[in-house]
Design a protein. Structure first.
Length: 99
């Protein structure tokens, strides 16, 4: 985690993605499902995803890094959507009068 000057915390998306992909490659169910979901949403077919997993498990660094990159991109996009939703919700709030 890093703290920005305005006090908001954010995770380093690449580090989080790397951790998820590494867990998925070891067979951890939940991280594996999250990585597969992200790759499916990116447009990869199931056989291609299976191939990337197999290649990464066999030491193909390119496949491993691609999985991390796509996962990190999705995390950044999710964070951006959540931040926009929070900003929209803040805009809808009625300011309180000073007491």
């Amino acid at each position: 985690m890093e703290t920005r000057s305005d006090g908001q915390c954010f995770a380093n998306a690449f580090a989080v993605a790397e951790h998820r992909v590494n867990m998925a490659l070891t067979g951890a169910l939940l991280p594996g499902l999250k990585v597969v979901r992200i790759l499916r949403e990116t447009g990869f077919a199931r056989p291609h995803i299976q191939s990337m997993f197999e290649d990464a498990r066999q030491g193909n660094h390119h496949a491993h890094l691609r999985m991390i990159e796509f996962t990190a991109d999705a995390l950044v996009e999710e964070e951006g959507l959540e931040a926009r939703n929070l900003e929209d919700a803040d805009d809808d709030q009625i300011p309180r009068a000073a007491t």
